[in-house]
Ligand binder design. Structure first.
Ligand SMILES: C[S@@+](CC[C@H](N)C(=O)[O-])C[C@H]1O[C@@H](n2cnc3c(N)ncnc32)[C@H](O)[C@@H]1O
Length: 248
């Protein structure tokens, strides 16, 4: 994989920071983090994907992909990855990072998502999937595939804000119940017992676990590592639904 880049609209005048997506539907401060950088939890999830080879030859859907490091690394390792995010992130930074890392259309690759580009031994495509909305039942114009056709979901740092927790859990647990096998989620704890204001905004990792369990999902910690922040931890979870659709 070549590289993933934060937002760059090509404007020479770097002093004037104008966000061209600010007034778009579904765009808010939570979404603006998708342009910013590769988050610590994404590095941990990427390392986990490299260690395990998870998703090789399978259809993977990344939620809240941001600049796309995890999804592109997973594709380079041989998975067929659909990177999803709010529309502005999807059509700007994800589109460009797929193009820059791509090696032509992946049309003849079995298992590739619609409009996919070859990346390493796998492929990557993109689609808008906003957790505040209903999951679109017909997301691709030129294919009958839906988001439910993913084998695996991956996500990094998507539940860092408390307001994102319920929408994220609702979207991912709905996909798990409709037959997607598992969600591999990296959570970097940002809550603080010393700072009441940040404790309010940022959920503790245990709250993330409880929210998934309240939807009937099972949660298993696969890997733990220390965060670069003293006393904080990054955990990689495997989340499954006992109520997955029969025969899926
Ligand atoms: C903290 S960033 C993490 C990005 C990337 N996964 C990483 O770890 O580098 C959170 C991501 O969630 C996305 N996001 C926020 N609200 C969203 C929503 N309602 N629906 C879909 N994605 C959303 C943001 O656009 C952003 O890409």
């Amino acid at each position: 994989m070549k590289d993933v880049e934060p937002n760059d609209d090509g404007d020479e005048d770097e002093d004037v920071e104008v966000d061209p997506f600010f007034f778009d539907d579904g765009y808010d401060v939570a979404a603006s983090t998708g342009f910013a950088r590769v988050w610590e939890g994404a590095e941990a999830l990427t390392a986990h994907l490299e260690r395990t080879g998870l998703g090789r030859g399978e259809r993977v859907l990344e939620l809240g992909a941001g600049v796309g490091e995890c999804g592109l690394a997973c594709a380079a390792l041989g998975a067929h990855v659909l990177l999803t995010d709010v529309r502005a992130v999807c059509e700007n930074v994800i589109r460009r990072n797929i193009e820059q890392n791509g090696a032509g259309p992946a049309t003849e690759l079995l298992g590739a998502w619609p409009n996919a580009t070859r990346i390493g031994s796998g492929s990557a495509s993109r689609a808008t999937l906003n957790w505040m909305d209903e999951i679109p039942s017909d997301p691709f114009q030129n294919s009958a595939l839906t988001f439910r056709d993913a084998d695996i979901l991956i996500a990094a740092e998507c539940v860092w804000l408390r307001e994102l927790l319920l929408p994220f859990v609702t979207t991912s647990s709905t996909l798990l119940r409709s037959g997607v096998r598992e969600l591999i989620l990296s959570v970097r704890d940002r809550s603080s017992t010393e700072d009441a204001s940040s404790g309010k905004a940022f959920p503790h990792t245990n709250e993330v676990v409880r929210e998934f369990e309240s939807t009937g999902c099972s949660v298993e910690a696969l890997h733990r590592q220390r965060s670069e922040d003293e006393g904080k931890e990054i955990v990689i979870f495997r989340i499954t639904s006992a109520a997955a659709a029969p025969g899926a």
